[in-house]
Design a protein around this ligand. Structure first.
Ligand code: ZN
Length: 284
């Protein structure tokens, strides 16, 4: 029931319509009955059920969507309101999910196209909750959106994959596979980098004890950094392994012989993180 500690929507205030919608964050929206029933078969069915029962007080329904999502959705339903530009891709995905749930076909079709376009364009920023986006993409079969969410999740901290979000096991298994593949990429390139440093060292710095010690310290960090990469396979993690640039090691050499080749590897990782991954075989 609408109570006093609830806020009323400024856009859909008391008297705007006889039907009451309450968002998950307790904002009350007043909306015309006939418009809701006209655009959404789900609401139409709800009304035809409730009309056969004795109803006390104004009809109202508590929704699971937040107020920002409901505000956006009602603007789509109401020809007198302006449709607002959505702030983020996360917001659009939530709106899409709501449009699907209330079976507002026109809106969900339009959003589906918009989401795919934005997801693949340069406008697309990172999702604040990529697992939620992957779950929606998986539920409604949005392959391009799934790929963008996967791209972000490959190099995300493993904590990003926790929480009670349901993603199809096929897609989740694929994500784990992609992360493992990325980790192997890091291990292989770091291993080559160290081998090259050792060879480089033997050719140019032999008999230099200070440089030898520095190289030894870098080698000692190899497994700790692999352990960090396994839970967060990102160039941000690799950056922690970068030795300082241009710092003197001995009277003749500085850290550049370690820094520059590793910086190249960091840049290669940044490029890799821009690539859109494939979807699992059999995913249509
Ligand atoms: Zn030296």
């Amino acid at each position: 029931m609408a109570t006093e500690n609830m806020k009323h929507s400024p856009e859909f205030p008391v008297g705007y319509g006889e039907f009451i919608l309450i968002s998950s964050d307790n904002v009350v929206f007043h909306f015309p009955h006939f418009l809701l029933g006209h655009v959404s078969p789900v609401f139409r069915d709800m009304f035809s059920l409730s009309s056969s029962e004795a109803v006390t007080g104004p009809p109202e329904v508590k929704l699971t969507e937040d107020s920002a999502t409901i505000d956006h959705l009602l603007r789509f339903f109401d020809p007198n309101k302006k449709i607002l530009p959505t702030e983020s891709l996360d917001q659009m995905v939530r709106l899409y999910e709501a449009a699907h749930k209330y079976q507002v076909q026109q809106v969900s079709d339009w959003l589906e196209r918009e989401i795919q376009i934005i997801a693949l364009s340069k406008r697309s920023k990172e999702f604040s909750n990529p697992m939620q986006v992957l779950a929606v993409a998986s539920r409604y079969r949005l392959p391009e959106v799934a790929r963008v969410a996967l791209r972000q999740l490959i190099s995300a901290p493993s904590s990003a994959m926790q929480g009670d979000i349901t993603v199809g096991s096929n897609l989740f298994g694929h994500l784990l596979h992609l992360r493992e593949q990325r980790l192997r990429w890091y291990i292989q390139h770091l291993d080559n980098w160290l081998k090259d440093r050792r060879q480089n060292f033997n050719e140019f710095f032999n008999s230099c004890h200070d440089c030898e010690r520095t190289l030894f310290n870098v080698q000692a960090q190899f497994f700790p950094i692999i352990a960090l990469l396994s839970s967060h396979p990102s160039h941000h993690t690799l950056r922690q392994y970068l030795p300082p640039r241009g710092r003197d090691v001995c009277s003749r050499h500085n850290t550049d012989f370690l820094f520059y080749p590793l910086m190249k590897l960091v840049n290669a990782a940044v490029e890799l993180e821009k690539e859109l991954p494939n979807l699992p075989a059999g995913y249509h």
